[in-house]
Design a protein around this ligand. Structure first.
Ligand code: FE2
Length: 380
């Protein structure tokens, strides 16, 4: 034990908290432990605490401090994120294709690109979030794998996870659905909703994923949980094992939330993608029986109803993309407008900072409200 007293202003994520001192006395904390959650840190800072006692030996500071680095401007990060994102699609596509063909896999490129994706998300998560929100109808497995990974890391960062942990979440997200490479390809790519028996067949992807996961060298149990638990439900009604309550780990619960959110908001040949608000409404009926209610609320707070990459209508009738988040107020992001919903026609691009404008967001939109060629607006 190596105890040290520091001022409350010096307290950061990753410190092992043992005691608190307010104006009157020193008190030991009920549950000493690593401070991992930004919300708890802010709560502590808002109280009348003057000093805190931490255990240096048990603290994990270096790794966590890195994740709290200054935000890189979006225009700058967008350039780096675009090339990382393009490469990540190629790397994950190669992994999925090799698995489908039964050939040997090389996990090193996946590890490498996972590092770069995490770095970009830490620098400015808006860039990758915007790029990965662009969905096509014909590359669902690939796009869903990358999107779940990006969302898992954004969620983990919101919960105050360390960089090492974020990397494990990223890899878990990228490989979470690899079992789908082993199911009947006609069912996987069916351009319509699945029948009950086809759905039963698709559920097999979670059984078929285990031998594939076994072939990945040095796979962390955290990454494995993200993959194996993303269809488990707290009620025990999920699959493949029907795990219940505490049998599902924290990252397993997170992956169930992220997987459903991405599936609901995705565009498929047979359905339009829901707006985030519509997806949250459905997911709200699943919490707390099936989804962890506390985690689901935190995920909603992190994403907001108008996350970066989502489509919105402004009060002047112009529609566009949520471009850049505003950490102080998630109802007032910067919106890139380019389409008149009323006249159904393109307009010159404008960036509207809602924190400095009288305009407001009227509602979230779905991709079906726009012409098909809006993808290019996500890139510049
Ligand atoms: Fe799945």
């Amino acid at each position: 034990m190596n105890l040290q007293e520091i001022s409350i202003s010096e307290l950061t994520l990753g410190m092992y908290l043992v005691a608190l001192t307010d104006q009157r006395k020193k008190m030991s904390v009920k549950n000493p432990g690593l401070l991992k959650n930004q919300v708890v840190l802010e709560k502590l800072r808002s109280k009348n605490i003057i000093q805190v006692t931490i255990d240096i030996d048990k603290s994990d500071i270096d790794d966590l401090v890195e994740t709290a680095q200054t935000k890189v401007p979006l225009s700058q990060e967008m350039i780096r994120a675009t090339s990382i994102f393009t490469e990540s699609k190629a790397v994950v596509n190669k992994l999925l294709t090799s698995l489908a063909q039964g050939s040997d896999i090389d996990i090193e490129p996946v590890n490498k690109i996972a590092d770069q994706l995490v770095e970009s998300l830490i620098s400015n998560c808006d860039a990758l979030q915007s790029l990965s929100a662009l969905r096509t109808k014909d590359a669902y497995l690939l796009e869903h794998s990358i999107n779940v990974a990006v969302l898992m890391v954004s969620f983990g960062r919101h919960l105050g996870f360390s960089k090492a942990m974020l990397k494990k979440l990223m890899i878990g997200g990228l490989i979470h659905d690899i079992g789908k490479t082993q199911v009947d390809i006609d069912i996987l790519n069916k351009p319509a909703r699945l029948t009950a028996s086809e759905f039963e067949h698709m559920k097999l992807h979670q059984v078929l994923s285990n031998p594939l996961l076994d072939t990945i060298p040095n796979l962390s149990p955290i990454s494995r949980d993200v993959s194996t638990m993303h269809h488990e439900k707290l009620s025990g009604s999920g699959y493949p094992l029907g795990l219940k309550g505490d049998q599902i780990s924290l990252v397993g619960r997170m992956s169930a939330i992220v997987d459903i959110y991405d599936a609901l908001t995705a565009v498929r040949v047979y359905k339009a993608g829901m707006s985030p608000a519509q997806a949250f409404k459905i997911m709200n009926t699943m919490a707390p029986e099936e989804l962890d209610g506390d985690l689901f609320r935190k995920f909603m707070v992190k994403m907001g109803f108008f996350p970066v990459g989502s489509l919105v209508l402004l009060s002047d009738g112009m529609a566009g993309l949520v471009w850049e988040s505003n950490s102080d107020d998630n109802k007032s992001p910067v919106v890139k407008t380019f389409y008149s919903l009323k006249y159904k026609s393109h307009r010159d691009v404008k960036y509207v900072d809602l924190a400095r404008s009288k305009l407001t967001i009227v509602k979230g939109l779905s991709a079906v409200d726009f012409p098909a060629d809006i993808g290019e607006y996500r890139l510049h």
